[in-house]
Design a protein around this ligand. Structure first.
Ligand code: C5P
Length: 210
């Protein structure tokens, strides 16, 4: 059978990560959360005393990154890492340095599931199944706020919402691989869905596409 590549894109806290992980499990496919790559570059840069304004330093960190050994630690998934990630993700050199690893991951014989911002447009435009998962900024901020405060981070809801809106604008507005729904992607708005409902809808989209 044809390789089943499932591309899951969308803004922060839209539910895309959970949906992508569950699709991977359901279809028995390898899964890559590509946001972790950018988060690791952002944190790696800060850890070495570098500035998020320094494109060349960010690119050097991206080139040196061992992308095959990333796990989603609390530190990599916290708020500061998300902000740092979206800053370095705007540098074309950083994106270029992370491209081959992602393309290779996507082209495994049986297929793969990847989630991010540019999977359906840049990393795997050939993917037969593409989802663009979204939700209102208020609902996304509420989800992320519950998640982060639930594990002890202290954040005001208003700051969380401002974070989300700023990150959306930066990701959608950049010149290099901006976040955009691929022409052949199916839009899944999870605003009024719980995770079970969203997963069922995602699965139906994949079934129709493969
Ligand atoms: O998905 P996540 O919130 O972990 O992504 C963190 C940041 O990494 C995003 O805000 C975005 O700037 C960047 N990113 C990207 N392209 C991807 C995945 C993430 O630019 N494929």
């Amino acid at each position: 059978s044809q390789a089943l590549i499932i591309a899951v894109d969308g803004p922060a806290a839209s539910g895309k990560g959970t949906i992508a992980a569950r699709l991977a499990k359901a279809y028995g496919l390898p899964f890559l959360d590509t946001g972790l790559l950018y988060r690791a570059v952002g944190l790696g840069l800060l850890d070495t005393g570098g500035s998020l304004d320094d494109a060349a330093a960010a690119e050097a960190v991206a080139r040196a990154l061992d992308a095959s050994h990333l796990t989603d630690t609390d530190r990599l998934t916290d708020r500061g890492a998300g902000e740092a990630a979206s800053r370095v993700a705007g540098y074309p050199g950083v994106r270029a340095a992370l491209l081959a690893f992602q393309k290779t991951f996507a082209s495994q014989p049986g297929g793969a599931v990847l989630d991010g911002r540019d999977i359906g447009t840049v990393i795997a435009p050939e993917a037969p199944a593409k989802l663009f998962v979204t939700a209102t900024a208020e609902v996304r901020a509420t989800r992320r706020w519950k998640q982060l405060t639930g594990r002890g981070e202290v954040i005001a809801f208003e700051d969380m919402l401002a974070d989300i809106v700023r990150r959306d604008e930066r990701d959608a507005g950049r010149g290099a691989a901006p976040m955009v729904q691929a022409e052949d992607a199916v839009l899944l708005d999870t605003t009024d869905m719980d995770i079970e409902t969203a997963f069922d809808a995602a699965r139906r989209i994949v079934e129709a596409a493969r």
